[in-house]
Design a protein around this ligand. Structure first.
Ligand SMILES: Cc1ncc(C[n+]2csc(CCOP(=O)(O)OP(=O)(O)O)c2C)c(N)n1
Ligand SMILES: [Mg+2]
Length: 576
């Protein structure tokens, strides 16, 4: 049995930290940290099997705060339970350069398992992590050794439950029986502007039951004994289903002037904090953590460290018995890509005329076999996209997202290069924008094209007379640029430009060698909005694109009607 007295003290200290931090910066959200303090105490004080001394322990339980606006909940508990997040960082809540930004950022703060803030998204992240947890157990556990048995916990609020993404991901977790997931719904009857009843009347627990969850009711979400009882049952359940805990809490608890109302959601309660702190028995000293709470968590850390050490022994025994699996685990963990991956990709006939989607299918079979940790998904479109990972048709919008590489290859060999680029890029996600239209094989060797894709843009057709005009294109439009260059004459260069962001990461002299600043007669061509192209064509340049919404017709009719043709590119170049 947990020591409820100590947990209760910890809950109130976490409340104090949230009050002091929000009061100090005069902004943010007090409602959730105060309302869910008992849930935090039971998780961080008792149930989570993690190791604050090693936030990267691979078999740790993960906790995701989907309701990211309540970030002080997370920071207070991470600090108290001993993650490397100092009290100074709590004092610098929401300040420039601190480890405690307004919304939790993955990779920035130790112990934060996902970037959250857009409501509902954390549920999506949690489902993804629950998939990964299932996959790790299925791939690596043996009858003798279970090295992966962690749980993904997520805390989501009313707003999260209203978001489509939470329903979509949530339903998927039910369908796939992701029993690695425990989703706690902080149902506190309040959203931002109003009482929740103004905007929702569904029976959310029934909805998740219908998705295939085991539903547990936590009626008194501020009663430590009941919180522990229900969450421990959720953890121990062998139902084989994800668990949905319907928890009722009092938003803003401990600030009576606002508790239970929408005024509790944000920082409005901050002006009553001095009185509220006295009500909790906190001393005048702000950001106060008493030694009994420090000792409680220090002792807890010892228990967790011992659990972690025992796991390490199991891991060592597992490694000794399963050298192949052991190697695979290390490869997956370091996202290793075999050195000879590109050599294994079959070459395409030089006269091939193939949709890049089709070429991608061929490449993907090799990549999936060689990179076993690759996980695939298809938006019920496998039969038309020929891949596990659905292609985006909105690549021009995706390009605007910071940290996302969008690659739009032009022919089968560029498609192979695009896959290699995506697989070797571990610094962020990559979108491959593939076409259903058959495209011809472009001039150039496979290695030049592969290398060119890695660089984001490259000279596909070199001019054979002093440079006069540069045509820059991506994807299925590169063929039109190549044809137009033939017609325009030997002073025309064609640049294939599959990935803006990769090109922008190249050294300036490489960029200059592809797009010399001395040549300002430039035309871009791409069957998408022209947004973003001005940077590369310059003020004098022209852009051939489609600045309107779509239309339906056979491919050749659409490209003709939208002017995605050799003659349109030629005309734009002549008009410069
Ligand atoms: C997708 C999205 N829409 C709107 C917001 C703005 N927003 C932040 S918190 C919030 C209300 C959330 O209500 P609830 O989840 O019940 O949180 P509580 O008030 O209980 O803390 C809103 C609308 C957001 N962060 N994300
Ligand atoms: Mg709410």
């Amino acid at each position: 049995m947990p020591n409820f007295e100590k947990l209760s003290a910890a809950a109130n200290i976490a409340r104090g930290l949230a009050m002091d931090a929000v009061q100090a910066c005069a902004s943010s959200h007090l409602g959730l940290p105060l309302g869910a303090a008992e849930i935090g105490a039971v998780l961080y004080g008792e149930l989570l099997r993690h190791d604050p001394a090693d936030p990267a322990w691979i078999n740790r339980d993960r906790f995701l705060l989907s309701a990211g606006h309540g970030s002080m909940f997370l920071y207070a508990w991470l600090h108290l339970c001993g993650y490397p997040l100092s009290l100074d960082e709590i004092k610098r809540f929401r300040q420039w350069g601190s480890k405690t930004p307004g919304h939790p950022e993955f990779g920035h703060t130790p112990g934060v398992e996902a970037t959250t803030g857009p409501l509902g998204q954390g549920v999506g992240n949690a489902v993804g992590q629950a998939v990964a947890a299932k996959m790790m157990a299925a791939r690596f556990n043996t009858a003798e050794h279970a090295i992966f048995d962690h749980t993904i916990w997520a805390l989501a609020g009313d707003g999260c439950m209203q978001e489509g993404v939470a329903s979509e991901a949530g339903a998927m977790a039910g369908h796939f029986k992701l029993d690695t997931l425990i989703l706690i719904y902080d149902s506190n009857y309040v959203t931002l502007d109003a009482m929740a009843v103004k905007s929702q009347s569904e029976d959310t627990a029934k909805r998740f039951e219908a998705y295939g969850y085991e539903v547990l009711h936590l009626n008194k979400g501020n009663d430590l004994v009941e919180v522990y009882d229900v969450l421990a049952r959720a953890r121990a359940s062998k139902s084989g289903k994800p668990r949905f805990v319907l928890a009722h809490t009092l938003i803003g608890k401990s600030i009576p002037e606002v508790a239970g109302t929408q005024k509790a959601h944000g920082e409005a309660g901050a002006k009553f904090v001095d009185q509220a702190r006295r009500g909790l028995g906190l001393p005048e000293e702000k950001f106060w953590v008493p030694s009994e709470v420090k000792t409680f968590f220090a002792e807890r850390r010892e228990v967790l460290a011992a659990t972690h050490a025992a796991w390490r022994e199991t891991l060592a025994a597992w490694r000794a018995k399963n050298p192949d699996l052991s190697r695979q685990l290390d490869d997956a963990n370091s996202l290793r890509v075999p050195d000879d991956l590109s050599a294994k990709i079959p070459s395409f006939a030089s006269d091939a005329k193939l949709a890049t989607r089709k070429a991608s299918e061929t490449v993907l079979q090799v990549v999936a076999a060689e990179v076993p940790y690759l996980m695939g998904a298809s938006a019920d479109l496998y039969g038309s996209t020929f891949n596990y990972i659905a292609a985006s048709t909105d690549w021009d919008e995706a390009r605007a997202m910071v940290g996302l590489d969008v690659i739009r290859p032009a022919d089968p060999e560029e498609t192979a290069g695009a896959w290699l680029a995506a697989i070797e890029h571990t610094g962020g996600p990559t979108v491959l924008a593939l076409t259903r239209q058959a495209v011809p094989m472009l001039p150039g060797t496979p290695s030049a094209k592969g290398e060119g894709v890695l660089r984001g843009g490259y000279v596909l057709v070199q001019e054979s007379a002093p440079l006069d005009t540069i045509l820059i294109a991506t994807g299925s439009e590169v063929q039109h640029a190549v044809a137009a260059a033939r017609e325009l004459g030997p002073s025309t260069r064609v640049v294939s430009f599959p990935c803006f962001s990769r090109f922008e990461r190249q050294p300036p002299d490489y960029q200059e060698s592809v797009l010399p600043s001395t040549c300002d007669r430039r035309v871009s061509v791409e069957a998408g909005v022209t947004f973003g192209w001005r940077t590369f064509v310059g003020t004098r340049g022209r852009m051939v694109g489609i600045d309107r919404y779509g239309a339906s017709a056979p491919g050749n009719v659409v490209t003709e009607a939208f002017g995605m043709t050799q003659s349109a590119v030629g005309a734009a170049a002549r008009a410069l």
